[in-house]
Design a protein around this ligand. Structure first.
Ligand SMILES: Nc1ncnc2c1ncn2[C@@H]1O[C@H](COP(=O)(O)OP(=O)(O)OP(=O)(O)O)[C@@H](O)[C@H]1O
Ligand SMILES: [Mg+2]
Length: 351
């Protein structure tokens, strides 16, 4: 007989490929309705950026068609970013704090941070982006914004810059263009703390933090200020970058920050005939991921459009859906979201 129980029974055979648990046990099935031979339900994913969204939908539909008498299955895909233990800082709440770091400068941390934040926001999550590079803030230029909005009412937290549906903070909004900041460690620490607690981030699904290069004060301050879901390590393929990235992995391990994975940036130049030219060698990022036992989150091509986009405040993921660099960036971002879901699920103590 076709009833709720029969449908749930079928859906309990469908696994979330990332969380390795079935959709029913994960509490993802909502609004289940059976009307004669028609079944409808909602699948509530753990992130709107789920890279396996269509696989999960297809698997669920197939399971219900195969295992029950249903003739028609209507599925509504939705998402709620979950974290049983969100980070609360004053009135702000962050479900996932994700830092983007590397050992080496100039490998593309800020570029990855901006595009990662944008992909998550465009997929439907509530996103904040903090430029924690106090000495070399690049996020304002990369997003084409240079100031904060006017302060609101007295007693309210100062507002953040908002663009493309996400909130953004950078020291670059507070100092004049091109002026150097010469601060000692303690000032830097209190700046990071203030950026996190004193501004009006509200409730965020993802709080992305763009780190300066290296393994220094800011990394330490951040991990002391709030618990991180994890860190994304950016490297380029060259051995020197990989060596530094490996030090960054070691630092996060020491700070007990999980590493969500490795991104290899500037991996190859896409040639007009479709072949890939490995300008800086191949496999550095993947090898590092393998060696450190962390996921490899993908490769991003070396593309003049990415560099230009960074200079004119037009990040590559805002280009067309079919642009190969935008696609690579999107794929990386969704893998990061999946890894964050996995980490949160593991921390829940497996349900
Ligand atoms: N895949 C890419 N293809 C072409 N240019 C890129 C790519 N990734 C980054 N760039 C450019 O390279 C430069 C350095 O990138 P970015 O500022 O993101 O690196 P970073 O690691 O944040 O640097 P820093 O260590 O100074 O913070 C920027 O001009 C950026 O636009
Ligand atoms: Mg940077």
């Amino acid at each position: 007989m076709l009833n709720n129980e029969a449908v749930l029974n079928a859906l309990s055979q469908v696994m979330d490929p990332d969380l390795h648990q079935d959709l029913v046990s994960l509490g993802m099935i909502k609004d289940l309705k059976v009307n004669r031979d028609k079944v409808s339900f909602t699948i509530e994913l753990t992130t709107p950026s789920c890279p396996l969204k269509s696989k999960i939908e297809n698997d669920a539909r197939q399971a219900v068609l195969d295992m029950t008498e249903a003739k028609e299955v209507e599925i509504n895909m939705s998402a709620r970013v979950r974290n049983e233990k969100p980070v609360t800082m004053d009135k702000n709440q962050f479900k996932h704090v994700i830092a983007v770091g590397s050992g080496k400068g100039g490998v593309g941390k800020s570029t990855v941070s901006v595009n990662l934040a944008l992909v998550l926001a465009r997929d439907g999550a509530k996103v904040g982006l903090l430029d924690a590079d106090i000495y070399g803030p690049n996020i304002p230029r990369m997003l084409g914004i240079d100031h904060l909005p006017e302060f609101g009412a007295a007693g309210e937290k100062p507002p953040l810059a908002e663009i493309h549906g996400m909130k953004v903070m950078s020291i670059g909004f507070l100092v004049q263009n091109g002026q150097p900041l010469i601060w000692r460690g303690p000032m830097l620490h209190s700046a990071i703390q203030q950026f996190i607690t004193d501004f009006d981030w509200g409730d965020l699904d993802y709080f992305i933090v763009d780190l300066p290069p290296g393994t220094g004060d800011v990394q330490l301050s951040l991990s002391q200020t709030l618990p991180l879901t994890g860190a994304v390590i950016v490297t380029t393929p060259q051995q020197v970058a990989v060596d530094d990235a490996s030090r960054a992995v070691g630092m996060f391990e020491k700070l007990e920050v999980p590493v969500l994975g490795i991104v290899e940036n500037m991996s190859y130049l896409l040639m007009p005939d479709g072949s890939k030219l490995a300008v800086f060698g191949t496999g550095g990022g993947e090898h590092l991921a393998f060696r450190t036992g962390t996921p490899f989150l993908g490769s991003i091509p070396l593309d003049p459009e990415i560099g230009r986009g960074g200079d004119i405040g037009s990040p590559v993921v805002l280009l067309s859906e079919t642009n190969p660099s935008a696609q690579a960036m999107r794929e990386v971002a969704r893998k990061v979201a999946a890894q964050a879901s996995i980490k949160a699920y593991e921390q829940e103590g497996r349900g």
